[in-house]
Design a protein around this ligand. Structure first.
Ligand SMILES: [Zn+2]
Length: 279
């Protein structure tokens, strides 16, 4: 996938309806068409958008069942809106978006804005943490065991968080953090093993105070206390699912700054019926 940095990049990749549709098709069906009803892989193409399953005759489109469903706006507009939001992150506004995509109606711009934000919050980003990441283990008395926490730091802020119960720290790092990342970890004995796999460890962490890790630990701890009304959580599966819920909630607040990741979320998330842009 091409890196989209300038408007010229954007226009050459997604300047036409066909380009956008082609891109969405590959995103939705990376291994070719799949009938959403019977999973059959052959269809008649009724027009440039509509597919009819050769097995069960069910008709569908690439955008059916996604946030793009029933839209009256061209996909080029949507793509441009996603690009605007991903490149402006928290600074993006509905008015800014209206200007960017050049539409008359503020209401329409507002709805597009809401839908993209909704997809951002509800789509599942499986992207591992990257860049500079604080990692550590902390004992949580509420669950009576250790919890691994990793926090991605970007521009002086916590970005994504991942956490899990008492897993081996190396496994946790490999599972949740991209190689080539800079790992800030206290007293981490297995660093040489992962260094061989491309993970970089910053030296001189002895005087480093791990502020992002500490903040995340505090937040996760109070989340667990709140969820259990202060009672100890004995069931490890419950604890694990609460920890997942916390990470999901925390990560949902961050606006995806990767254009392709945000588009991926738009395809994953079911249509939002009460946010229709129909006239
Ligand atoms: Zn079918």
């Amino acid at each position: 996938m091409k890196n989209i940095e300038t408007l010229a990049d954007f226009d050459s990749e997604f300047g036409t309806e066909e380009q956008c549709l082609h891109f969405l098709t590959n995103l939705r069906w990376p291994n070719g068409y799949r009938c959403p009803r019977c999973r059959h892989d052959e269809a008649w193409l009724l027009n440039e958008k509509k597919y009819k399953c050769k097995n069960c005759k069910y008709q569908t489109t690439v955008t059916a069942g996604t946030v793009f469903q029933d839209t009256h706006l061209p996909l080029t507009c949507w793509f441009r809106a996603v690009w605007y939001i991903s490149s402006n992150a928290e600074k993006a506004t509905a008015i800014g978006l209206q200007k960017e995509i050049g539409i008359k109606s503020y209401r329409t711009a507002f709805l597009i804005f809401q839908k993209i934000k909704y997809a951002n919050a509800h789509g599942n980003s499986l992207k591992p943490l990257q860049g500079t990441v604080e990692v550590g283990k902390a004992f949580f008395s509420i669950v009576s065991c250790y919890v691994n926490i990793a926090v991605e730091i970007k521009n002086g802020k916590s970005r994504y968080i991942q956490a899990s119960l008492q897993e081996d720290l190396n496994t946790f790092i490999e599972r949740n953090i991209k190689p080539q990342s800079i790992i800030l970890a206290e007293g981490w004995s297995g660093s040489h093993i992962l260094a061989a796999k491309g993970y970089g460890k910053k030296s001189n962490t002895y005087s480093y105070s791990f502020p992002y890790f500490k903040k995340a630990r505090k937040k996760l701890e109070s989340f667990l206390y709140e969820k259990s009304n202060g009672k100890k959580i004995q069931d490890k599966n419950l604890a694990e699912s609460l920890i997942r819920e916390f990470c999901q909630k925390f990560n949902a607040k961050i606006v995806e700054t990767d254009f392709y990741e945000l588009l991926q979320k738009m395809i994953q998330v079911k249509p939002i019926t009460d946010l229709s842009d129909k006239k």
